[in-house]
Design a protein around this ligand. Structure first.
Ligand SMILES: Cc1cc2nc3c(=O)[nH]c(=O)nc-3n(C[C@H](O)[C@H](O)[C@H](O)COP(=O)(O)O)c2cc1C
Length: 362
């Protein structure tokens, strides 16, 4: 039997194993005490059929029992630039979700904003091995962003991949999560030379895509608000305009959703804020008009209803932009179902049998 070398102590083990570069994921769940999460580099795929993944929680982890008891978890693959988020989820004994925005995955587990990809899972098996557990999850649903690059963990530090073509990113600005022209070309279904023809930098292309979509959509909504429609009709039109815009503006919406924080920090994108302000006002005033004119539930909390609608639109947009092969045609029944659900939630005397506080309007 081969004896282990006496020099294989934990320091040497860490040092040598640190030469294996990995991504970083945050495993999240809604545990018995609320949202839980931990940063891991031990995430891996396990099986294709059935689709299984694994991660290895340390036995000393206090988040692991929460994740285990939840029975479902979401793997959030971090993007370059999310080092702070990673550090927050690697610290013990603090509110790891403080200041972190997220949306629920189908299982309810948090999908953190701006991640490269997420994989929603059901915990199916756990094994004990040394000072860690091996947790296996069966994949329930998953999505990836086609833009950006992942956060990389190597020799105890963070880095990012240098993809071919990402030189333009450096030339265009000092952003930490790069989007290359190649990636944009791939995501927009065009070729790099056509993109270069009307923009000299990635930011220029992003501006072209995002700016023209945001302006067009704001004008579309203002135009709906300016028509003499009943509030219900106006909300219906606004929802239709939102859903209809998704299939043809996938990339602009994807950039706006995933990169909003970054865009907000760049002086050349400050024009987005007043556009968004106009949009919020259109929704809020139309909702308020519905209450004042007696069409909507008189107890409707207008700001909460707006947030609910916005979150639904975000979820549907994510679904459209996931590139999961859904065609606009397949998306129509889903958008229709959301639309009628929202409208029913707003209306006075709607036929829902749900308790009041559980309704969209509530
Ligand atoms: C880059 C990175 C990778 C990590 N990978 C793992 C891992 O694979 N397994 C693990 O148990 N902890 C890992 N950790 C440490 C955990 O994130 C940390 O111990 C945990 O969040 C502590 O909080 P808890 O007690 O709430 O679980 C990693 C930390 C970092 C920064």
């Amino acid at each position: 039997m081969v004896q282990p070398d006496a020099t294989v102590d934990s320091g040497r083990f860490r040092h040598v194993l640190g030469h294996f570069a990995t991504g970083v994921a945050v495993i999240t769940a809604i545990g018995p005490s609320g949202p839980a999460g931990m940063a891991v580099s031990s995430f891996t795929s396990v099986s294709l059929e059935p689709p299984l993944v694994a991660f290895l929680p340390d036995k000393s982890s206090t988040s692991w029992p929460e994740i285990r008891d939840a029975g479902t978890f979401c793997v959030n693959i971090l993007s370059a630039g999310q080092e702070q988020l990673c550090a927050q989820f690697a610290r013990k004994g603090l509110d790891k979700f403080a200041g972190v925005s997220w949306q629920p995955a189908p299982s309810g587990a948090p999908v953190l904003d701006g991640v490269m990809a997420w994989i929603d899972c059901e915990l199916t098996q756990t094994f004990e091995s040394g000072d860690h557990y091996i947790a296996i999850g069966r994949v329930l649903q998953l999505e990836a962003s086609e833009l950006g690059v992942p956060l990389v963990f190597f020799q105890g530090g963070y880095g990012q991949l240098q993809l071919p073509g990402s030189a333009e990113v450096g030339a265009a600005g000092d952003r930490s999560s790069g989007v290359s022209l190649e990636q944009l070309a791939h995501a927009t279904g065009t070729d790099v030379s056509s993109l270069r023809r009307y923009a000299t930098s990635t930011e220029g292309v992003v501006d072209e895509l995002v700016g023209s979509y945001a302006r067009w959509f704001r004008d579309e909504c203002l135009q709906i608000a300016g028509r003499t429609l009943r509030a219900t009709e106006a909300i219906d039109e606004l929802l239709r305009a939102s859903f209809d815009s998704m299939p043809t503006n996938r990339v602009a919406i994807m950039i706006l959703q995933n990169e909003r924080q970054y865009l907000g920090q760049r002086p050349e994108f400050t024009y987005l804020e007043p556009l968004e302000h106009d949009l919020v006002q259109v929704w809020l005033t139309t909702l308020q008009r519905g209450v004042d004119e007696g069409e909507f539930d008189p107890h409707l909390d207008v700001s909460l209803a707006y947030r609910f609608i916005r979150d639904v639109l975000f979820t549907v947009a994510r679904w459209y932009t996931s590139g999961s092969g859904e065609t606009p045609r397949q998306g129509v029944p889903v958008a229709e179902a959301y639309r009628s659900f929202i409208l029913r939630g707003l209306l006075r005397n709607h036929e829902s049998s749900e308790p009041r506080e559980a309704t969209a309007a509530g």
